[in-house]
Design a binder for this molecule. Structure first.
Ligand SMILES: NC(=O)c1ccc[n+]([C@@H]2O[C@H](COP(=O)([O-])OP(=O)(O)OC[C@H]3O[C@@H](n4cnc5c(N)ncnc54)[C@H](O)[C@@H]3O)[C@@H](O)[C@H]2O)c1
Ligand SMILES: [Mg+2]
Length: 384
């Protein structure tokens, strides 16, 4: 196959691929972008899609795992504006209105992400008399299991109700949406929002005050005056569930919903390791000295800004477990037994309108990594 494909044809095929999803509707797409004499060759090429593209090594081989293929594809879209613009034309788009994501309700009343095709979005923009170029302000957020590039787009300049009506969906505040969505939809919707928000707040260079320009994928912005490149950032936070061997420590801030207790958390100071942050935060907030720690997992947390949560378990000695509260940040911190924790894990959060203290404390819902730490601790204690 490689010997049959002349150099110019190889370039043509590459160009064709730039306009498509990973292994999407290549044959259909190329006919829309190529001149006639090229179409025949590329159509033939596409009919043998696995063979030629493997030998041309445009996206790596399908012998690799699909995860590797998707990762390489996304990497390429971040580096190649033209390829990214092409992928956007046949991509999936999550819409946001002033950073509130668009969801739709299923017949069973469950909420799902409302994923649109780029062509649908263009149709909506056309019907509302808006320039199709707005689509190009989308940012790349991933690649679906069916190898379609995924983007997020804020249509805050359009009338919210009109878009909702046309799409048959509803824009819902992220805090609520996060709670309503299940599985991989929840992290995807927060990633989409976090990246859009980063662009909305980084339009200018903090050194020159001049405008910055984004690449097509939205993975970076560059100051046109001094050339500084800015990348989307998350603030690192350590979240820790302390145990004295028998009980675990949970705390609450006065701003938490009534009755909710969570694990201790704190932002990393400049230059700190994760271990140092953990030790410092525990000392600052509850006056205890950590003896040992164990990494558990991590999570991107979009509220109020993007944090990168690193979750750990840590122990203190039972002889030195008396809490000495820092009253500035925390309203309360207490040791809880396994029985109390099991009760709290089963308890549903009270409705937001509830006045007065709910009967019994409760813990953050399952989408918060604090919940995972608490579940892990309870499971571990049950084995002892
Ligand atoms: N996902 C979860 O399960 C979970 C659970 C608990 C807390 N959290 C999140 O962890 C984060 C940190 O927790 P915390 O509030 O206890 O932190 P913290 O104990 O460090 O206290 C917050 C204070 O730290 C200072 N600070 C330093 N760097 C900051 C930065 N980059 N951004 C904001 N404030 C900074 C501010 O003065 C702020 O008032 C919060 O955003 C919270 O929403 C997530
Ligand atoms: Mg804290």
């Amino acid at each position: 196959m490689q010997s049959w494909v002349k150099r110019s044809h190889t370039d043509t095929a590459k160009r064709a691929l730039n306009t498509t999803s990973l292994f999407g509707t290549v044959c259909f797409k190329v006919q829309t972008v190529l001149i006639d004499e090229e179409v025949e060759m590329v159509t033939h090429c596409c009919s043998l899609i696995r063979g030629p593209f493997k030998s041309l090594q445009l996206f790596g081989s399908r012998d690799c795992s699909s995860y590797v293929s998707r990762t390489r594809y996304l990497m390429r879209l971040k580096e190649d504006d033209e390829a990214c613009r092409g992928a956007l034309q046949s991509g999936n788009v999550l819409l946001y209105h002033k950073l509130a994501p668009l969801l739709r309700q299923t017949q069973r009343g469950r909420y799902q992400l409302h994923v649109l095709q780029a062509t649908d979005v263009k149709g909506i923009l056309g019907k509302l008399g808006k320039d199709e170029q707005l689509l190009n302000t989308s940012v790349l957020i991933g690649c679906s299991d069916s190898d379609i590039a995924q983007f997020s787009l804020d249509v805050g300049s359009l009338e919210k109700a009109a878009v909702e009506e046309m799409c048959g969906g509803v824009f819902i505040d992220l805090r609520k949406a996060f709670f309503l969505l299940k599985g991989p939809e929840a992290p995807l919707v927060t990633k989409g929002q976090a990246l859009l928000r980063w662009h909305q707040t980084h339009a200018y260079c903090s050194a020159t005050g001049q405008p910055t320009q984004r690449n097509q994928a939205g993975s970076q912005r560059v100051c046109l005056t001094n050339g500084t490149t800015y990348y989307p950032q998350m603030a690192p936070v350590v979240i820790v569930l302390l145990s004295d061997g028998r009980r675990c420590l949970l705390a609450r801030q006065s701003t938490f919903p009534l009755g909710m207790y969570s694990a201790l958390a704190g932002f990393c100071d400049m230059g700190e390791t994760m271990e140092e942050t953990l030790r410092r935060e525990v000392a600052e907030e509850v006056g205890l000295e950590v003896e040992s720690l164990q990494f558990s997992g991590s999570q991107h947390w979009p509220f109020p800004q993007s944090s990168f949560m690193v979750a750990c378990h840590a122990t203190v000695s039972p002889e030195n477990a008396e809490v000495n509260l820092d009253g500035v940040e925390l309203e309360d911190a207490r040791w809880f037994t396994l029985e109390e924790i099991e009760g709290a894990l089963k308890r549903k959060p009270p409705p937001q309108s509830t006045k007065g203290e709910p009967t019994g404390f409760w813990v953050p819902p399952s989408y918060a990594i604090a919940n995972k730490l608490i579940q892990e601790w309870a499971n571990q204690q049950k084995k002892l």
